[in-house]
Design a protein around this ligand. Structure first.
Ligand code: PEP
Ligand code: MN
Length: 343
């Protein structure tokens, strides 16, 4: 849909516009109004180059696309009936709970194994544990590939699947070699299109679910969905959206809580949504309320930082991990809310 600056295009301008869209296999249908005309683009109007060429004409004000730029993630795509399973849970059928440390401490691996058992007992179906850590300061602990062994040990002891964040191709190779059950792309790499495409390619045959966090710097919902499109377009349709708070942070919260984005995502895309309240609010005491709000907004599950003794943890754990007792109560309340939501 093309809106011109003047109420109508001149004959010469219309011919120019028709020539541009014609190069992309489209036509113009003029809709005559009382005061202004609208120029509808007929055909596949998703080409960004076509839109940019139109916007480059100084007599064009706006070009609004009726179709979304993402072809595969669109709620109207053939994938709309695709279902994703993690840890014995089909997303959407019952709430998914992923829980565990922000960071696995290489000097206290016993704590991680203890937490893994405790989150299982609390009702979580997937264990998280940061092996490599994206840290704002280069002087903070950066993680260690060695702790992948601890994560694998936790899986062996509990029988639960494991998720680990990867930030580059080398880490991806280690995680795939370890046969992790789920990959996490963190907020810092949610806009790293090369990595997203690579993950799509490298997981195309296995179809390992990928938890894609929302970048702190993402604005429009379409930006998030388009990032997921990179993974799906390169071969792996098992992508899960993970809102986790964005900029600017609210006074007292670590980020700007964004669990309310879920219904908007669901209107536009078919992929499940698993919200991370821990990084969103950044304080253990606010996590349960944010988690429940996320479920009320329609989330399919939660990923929560949890530690048997948060104060002895590293990374984010001392400030934002909840204890297994709190997790257990949260899971109970989420299930109640889930049933209310369905009723
Ligand atoms: C994490 O999950 O510990 C993490 C670093 O997440 P995010 O990328 O959302 O900050
Ligand atoms: Mn963390």
């Amino acid at each position: 849909m093309i809106i011109s600056k003047a109420p109508t295009l001149t004959e010469g301008q219309l011919a120019e516009v028709e020539a541009v869209v014609g190069e992309f296999g489209c036509k113009i249908q003029v809709i005559y109004g009382a005061h202004r005309n609208i120029y509808a683009i007929i055909g596949d109007e998703r080409s960004e180059t076509m839109v940019n060429r139109l916007l480059g004409l100084d007599y064009i004000d706006r070009v609004d696309r009726m179709e979304s730029v993402y072809k595969l993630m669109d709620v109207r795509s053939d994938l709309s009936h695709h279902r994703i399973r993690v840890g014995g849970v089909e997303l959407g059928k019952e709430p998914l709970f992923i829980a565990g440390h922000c960071t696995i401490d290489p000097h206290n691996t016993a704590a991680f194994l203890e937490t893994a058992a405790a989150v299982k007992e609390a009702g979580a179906q997937v264990i998280r544990g940061g092996v490599w850590k994206p840290r704002t300061s280069p002087h903070s602990y950066q993680g260690s590939a060695k702790t992948m062994e601890t994560l694998i040990e936790a899986r062996a002891r509990t029988g639960l699947p494991i998720v680990a964040e990867v930030m580059d191709e080398a880490q991806l190779a280690v995680a795939l070699e370890a046969k992790v059950d789920m990959l996490q792309i963190g907020t810092r790499n949610a806009l790293n299109y090369t990595l997203l495409a690579d993950i799509g390619r490298r997981t195309a045959s296995s179809g390992i679910p990928v938890l894609l966090k929302r970048s702190r710097h993402m604005g429009p919902v379409d930006e998030f969905i388009s990032a997921a499109e990179y993974i799906v377009a390169h071969g792996n349709p098992n992508v899960i959206f993970c809102p986790r708070g964005t900029m600017p942070e609210l006074d007292g919260f670590r980020n700007h809580p964004d669990e309310s984005i879920t219904p908007l995502l669901k209107d536009k895309s078919w992929a499940p949504v698993v919200v991370d309240p821990s990084h969103s609010v950044g304080r253990a005491k606010y996590v349960p309320a944010c988690a429940l709000a996320a479920i009320a907004y329609g989330a399919d599950g939660l990923v929560v930082e949890c530690h048997v003794n948060p104060i002895s943890g590293i990374g984010d754990d001392p400030k934002q991990a909840i204890t297994p007792d709190v997790l257990k109560k949260l899971i109970r309340n989420v299930r109640i809310l889930w049933d209310l939501r369905r009723g």
